[in-house]
Design a protein around this ligand. Structure first.
Ligand code: SF4
Length: 234
């Protein structure tokens, strides 16, 4: 088992003398736990970022605990939104932090959003064969937080891609949310699933770009803008 977390989180006193608080300015979040759980957390933090958590080793290091105690603490930490067993979720928080924390006067021009690794094709030239069809993705509530941050960071152009982005289970909700927030939306797609989209959703996408091919043999990159400046690149 792995856990990803902010190794610089602070341990601070609680107003409840039986409890202690762990606070991460990095993640804008905190949890309050009893002293028993704090011993487990201290051990986990001491062992660093992204470590394998080997339960037998933890039991050796923490002889006051049995396997159930440690498993229960681990499960509670994963629920806390301060520790993550999924690197994708952790990285999304890290991304948000960078936006919150930046004091530089920057303006993002464009952001590529990879909604999913799933795809209905198997192109020979695929950039991401290793992860292709992994089911990992962010939930729509997490994308909502990202989009709100991106609004504050200058509302960049959103280039939506994947895998095949249309296979993201909340694709329509994502597009509607981004559209309602006023983003200029581009879609980079293999084009095979566009006929499954509602016209309303298609209209909210200002620029569609297709890597058109047959079973991995690229034939053309077709680009269609709502402003009528369509063109085709061979
Ligand atoms: S369409 Fe894109 S994501 Fe899908 S296999 Fe081809 S290159 Fe990879």
């Amino acid at each position: 088992m792995k856990l990803y977390f902010d190794t610089n989180m602070r341990k601070i006193n609680s107003s409840n003398e039986n409890m202690v608080i762990y606070y991460s300015s990095f993640l804008h979040n905190s949890i309050e736990v009893n002293y028993d759980a704090a011993k487990v957390i201290d051990y986990i933090i001491k062992n660093g970022y992204g470590n394998e958590l080997d339960i037998p080793n933890l039991l050796e290091e923490l002889p006051d605990f049995d396997e159930t105690d440690i498993k229960d603490t681990y499960d509670a930490l994963v629920e806390s939104d301060l520790f993550f067993n999924d690197s994708v979720k952790y990285r999304s928080r890290k991304f948000l932090y960078k936006l919150y924390d930046s004091e530089s006067d920057f303006k993002l021009e464009r952001v590529y959003i990879h909604l999913t690794y799933r795809c209905n094709l198997k192109c020979e030239y695929c950039y991401n064969k290793e992860k292709l069809n992994s089911m990992e993705h962010l939930e729509i509530s997490e994308w909502e937080k990202v989009l709100n941050c991106l609004c504050d960071a200058g509302k960049p152009i959103l280039t939506i891609t994947g895998g095949e982005a249309i296979l993201y289970p909340y694709f329509n909700q994502f597009i509607e949310m981004a559209h309602d927030l006023g983003f200029y939306i581009e879609l980079l797609t293999n084009g095979t699933l566009l006929n499954t989209l509602d016209v309303k959703i298609i209209k909210q996408i200002k620029h569609r770009q297709y890597a058109a091919g047959a079973y991995g043999k690229p034939q053309a990159l077709v680009s269609c803008r709502k402003d009528g400046k369509d063109h085709e690149e061979n």
